[in-house]
Design a protein around this ligand. Structure first.
Ligand SMILES: [Zn+2]
Length: 432
């Protein structure tokens, strides 16, 4: 949940302005608010895009686009011009809408269990720079590495200012999205991530001691936002509806997109949503880093494949375990044992996904993360496992593969840019 203070801090305006905006927004219908957010996502994905094209993709009247675009053009968030590549064509050039933002950039931080990345990007997603390092086992050291990377990226772009920082973390966050509550695979508990990365920028607007806002998000939720953007970039239709993102790598995380928006739950426990990776699927089963036994991710994650392949006798002991991609390579080379391992993983993945579909009633699943490298072998047993469930027989469902990598850093950037756009929309409304 974002507080009034957060919104004010990000926008660089007073809390009174934000209150005013919220009160004003109450008089505007919810659908128009949602449509504006969807429209901006569409502009980002397809810019420069004409008003006519936007209206068609969003399935709204052109006058609605005009109404939505007007305050955003006035506030400077959007620009409308004939882009260079269109000017070259013969005849009257079409006019395209695009987001402005050359003077600022966003920082995305992906804290992974094994590797971490820090990247800088423009509002349209264009990457300006990126660094990565092995994630130190100590959270303080890890965050000081991140901080140093952020400072280096900032120093390399002296003519631009940091708008905000988004951090993707491998575990649940608090509802305010400032702290990582627990990262089982790193053994980190209650880490004040936002506070550790708080930096000031003297050139930043006005209030709140020039602090650059930091938003900390669960990696599966961030990956779901990344997948939504990827789908918008690839599709001509803006309608994304509901889907569940299952991200399987070292562990398993689940993100929910409902009505095109990510769902974080309600109330103070909001950040604990989607921890399906730690639902028990085997009573008294393998012990898990979370402290319980028989968790789904111990049977269906990419890293669980290595222990399954090696045989349980070697579990816990060795540093010579195969990487997931090595098992996939052996399976592709025709090794029966590797193929059987991946099929087994697919079956377990399907059992868990069947549970999710049964429980949530959302029948569109996107699987992302390293597990996707083995999709060729996993796909069939996964589908068979879902087809065996009651809901699998009664309902129409689909399971697609998403990105194997890239959702970590991409997701972190998506989190921060989404927040920025929401803030800018609120600001534009307050002026209009
Ligand atoms: Zn667990």
């Amino acid at each position: 949940m974002t507080t009034l203070y957060d919104v004010a801090r990000i926008a660089g305006v007073s809390t009174a302005t934000v209150s005013h905006v919220i009160n004003k927004r109450r008089s505007i219908s919810a659908s128009s608010d949602e449509t504006t957010r969807t429209m901006l996502r569409m502009v980002r994905a397809a810019q420069p895009i004409s008003r006519a094209d936007l209206a068609r993709r969003l399935e709204v009247h052109r006058s609605t686009i005009t109404e939505m675009v007007k305050p955003l053009l006035a506030s400077g968030l959007l620009r409308e011009a004939a882009p260079e590549q269109m000017r070259a064509r013969v005849g009257r050039p079409p006019i395209g809408l695009s987001l402005r933002g050359e003077s600022t950039f966003f920082i995305g931080v992906n804290i992974g269990v094994r590797r971490s990345q820090v990247g800088a990007a423009l509002v349209d997603g264009e990457m300006l720079g990126e660094e990565s390092f092995d994630t130190p086992s100590d959270s303080d050291i890890a965050l000081s590495h991140v901080r140093a990377s952020v400072e280096r990226l900032r120093a390399s772009m002296p003519d631009r200012t940091i708008s905000a920082i988004g951090v993707s973390v491998p575990g649940p966050t608090d509802a305010e999205r400032t702290r990582l509550l627990f990262a089982p695979h790193l053994g980190w508990r209650d880490v004040a991530v936002a506070a550790a990365l708080r930096i000031t920028d003297p050139s930043r607007a006005r209030t709140f001691r020039h602090e650059v806002p930091v938003i900390v998000e669960n990696d599966a939720t961030a990956a779901a936002m990344y997948e939504r953007r990827r789908r918008l970039c690839n599709n001509t239709n803006a309608e994304l509806g509901d889907f569940v993102l299952v991200r399987a790598g070292t562990g398993i995380g689940v993100g929910l997109v409902i009505g095109g928006d990510v769902y974080r739950g309600t109330g103070s426990e909001g950040g604990l949503l989607g921890e399906f990776g730690h639902m028990t699927i085997v009573a008294g089963g393998k012990s898990c880093a979370c402290g319980n036994r028989g968790c789904w991710e111990r049977y269906a994650s990419a890293s669980s494949a290595a222990t399954l392949y090696a045989g349980e006798r070697r579990h816990g002991g060795s540093g010579s375990r195969l990487r997931f991609v090595d098992i996939v390579a052996r399976a592709e080379a025709g090794e029966t044992r590797a193929q059987a391992t991946l099929e087994r993983i697919g079956d377990y993945l399907g059992i868990g996904i069947g549970n999710i579909i049964s429980g949530l009633g959302i029948a569109r699943i996107v699987v992302s993360g390293r597990i996707v490298f083995g999709w060729k072998f996993i796909k069939k047993p996964l589908h068979q496992a879902v087809a065996r469930t009651m809901v699998g027989r009664l309902a129409t469902w689909s399971i697609e593969s998403g990105e194997p990598t890239g959702a970590g850093l991409g997701g972190a950037l998506e989190v921060v840019i989404e927040q920025y756009l929401a803030t800018m929309v609120a600001q534009a409304r307050s002026i209009a």
